[in-house]
Ligand binder design. Structure first.
Ligand code: PMP
Ligand code: GLU
Length: 397
């Protein structure tokens, strides 16, 4: 049997694979500390759970409009107005099965075969694969740890060409935790305007920021940026709702129409009950977010300080999201029990096998000699996990 050439080129999501593997090992009684999962360890707040139960009882269990219920669209419009200084009509909003489906729809809606999409390296694992699935070509712009993993517009000018269709901006960033300032976003908006690019602004971690700076949506910076940006967001991270699968996007009406048409065939509406739960998430009590942010910040502070005290590894301080991207370049070439560590994949394999800690290799994010750990796990796990990493590293020769 000959399979689809396109499908054969797609890698499985390494973040999801490692998370599943660690969960499976734990289920089998192996004492693993999981730093793989990019999902809050808190349960979904109770008011949101109750809204879902109510929706079920009221019989809101039928198909909804393919692009989502109007009440939730209106709540999203309100959220954009209040929090991001962005004015959309409900017809400019689509609700999908996770931000991931919003991204998939967006690429399908804007790309023609051969169109290039600029992606920062390190990148979230799904961007290149989603671009390829839409017959686009991912073009990587390597960012630098010394520059807090920010885009360098000078370098972007060297890779942009007449096939470039779009640029992805992900602030706060997965896997680095870097956050773009208003000035940096202004520069990027200007770059996109100069080269007439669609901006895909993935703002899924917007609430998870730990410094004074406010989150800025690039779409809010000018009329031009507003017109050319597809804003991607969702409830997964902010409201500890990863399993409910609700994301949303806002953009020009025509783009949203195309995305909705695609979705109407691919999946129909996102889960009706989860949409009603998300409505409560957006309009209900927001206090759980503050507690969660406070907790994440203290975990981050602990993890960063601790990591920088361990031999051979280091990290810069992430300003947002819930990941630390750790530089392991000094470890490459060393051995453990006589076995050589040739790269981040080897490191993570051996750390899992011998150190009983799950982490994601940098190579999954397009950057060797790094690993990503998630601190969306309890402080106790973080302390134990980092103890184990230290012990493992001290055994290297
Ligand atoms: N964008 C980024 C950067 C992410 O880390 C994730 C995590 N899953 C997503 C989008 C997708 O989120 P979801 O589909 O759960 O809404
Ligand atoms: N975004 C999370 C992560 O990067 C969840 C897994 C995924 O969707 O890839 O770990």
């Amino acid at each position: 049997m000959i399979f689809s050439k396109k499908a054969e080129q797609i890698e499985a999501s390494i973040t999801l694979a490692i998370t599943a593997k660690a969960k499976e090992m734990k289920k089998n009684g192996i004492d693993i500390i999981g730093f793989g999962a990019g999902e809050p360890d808190f349960n979904t707040p109770e008011n949101i759970q109750s809204a879902a139960i109510e929706a079920m009882k009221e019989g809101l269990t039928k198909y909804t409009p393919a692009s989502g219920i109007i009440e939730l669209k209106e709540a999203i419009v309100e959220k954009f107005k209040k929090e991001n200084n962005l004015n959309y009509k409900p017809s400019q909003i689509i609700i999908s099965t996770g931000a991931k489906q919003c991204l998939a729809n967006a690429f399908m809606a804007i790309l023609n075969p051969g169109d290039e999409v600029i992606i920062p390296t390190p990148y979230w694992v799904s961007y290149p694969e989603l671009v390829k699935l839409s017959d686009g070509v991912p073009v990587f712009a390597k960012t630098d740890e010394k520059n807090s993993y920010k885009y360098d517009v000078g370098k972007l000018e060297k890779i942009v060409n007449d096939k470039t269709k779009a640029i992805i901006i992900n602030s706060p960033n997965n896997p680095t935790g870097s956050v773009c300032t208003r000035e940096e976003l202004l520069e990027l908006a200007d770059f996109a305007k100069r080269h007439d690019l669609v901006i895909i602004s993935d703002e899924i971690y917007e609430k998870l920021m730990y410094e004074e700076d406010e989150h800025v949506s690039i779409a809010s910076l000018s009329e031009d940026a507003y017109k050319r940006t597809i804003v991607i967001n969702g409830v997964s991270k902010t409201y500890a709702m990863t399993g409910w699968r609700i994301g949303y996007a806002a953009a020009d009406e025509k783009i949203i129409k195309l995305m909705s048409n695609i979705q109407s065939h691919a999946t129909s509406n996102p889960n009706s009950i989860a949409q009603y739960a998300s409505l409560e998430a957006l309009v209900g009590d927001q206090s759980s977010i503050h507690d969660m942010i406070k907790e994440f910040k203290s975990r981050r502070d602990y993890a960063v300080e601790r990591i920088n005290k361990i031999n051979y590894i280091s990290c810069i301080e992430p300003k947002g999201a819930f990941y630390v991207f750790i530089n392991i370049s000094k470890i490459i070439g060393k051995t453990i029990d006589g076995e050589k560590i040739n790269g981040s994949l080897d490191f993570c394999d051996k750390l899992l096998e011998k150190g009983k800690v799950a982490a994601v290799p940098g190579v999954g994010f397009g950057l060797e000699n790094f690993i990503r750990i998630s601190y969306a796990t309890s402080m106790e796990n973080i302390k134990n996990g980092l103890d184990r990493i230290e012990e493992f590293i001290n055994k290297l020769r």
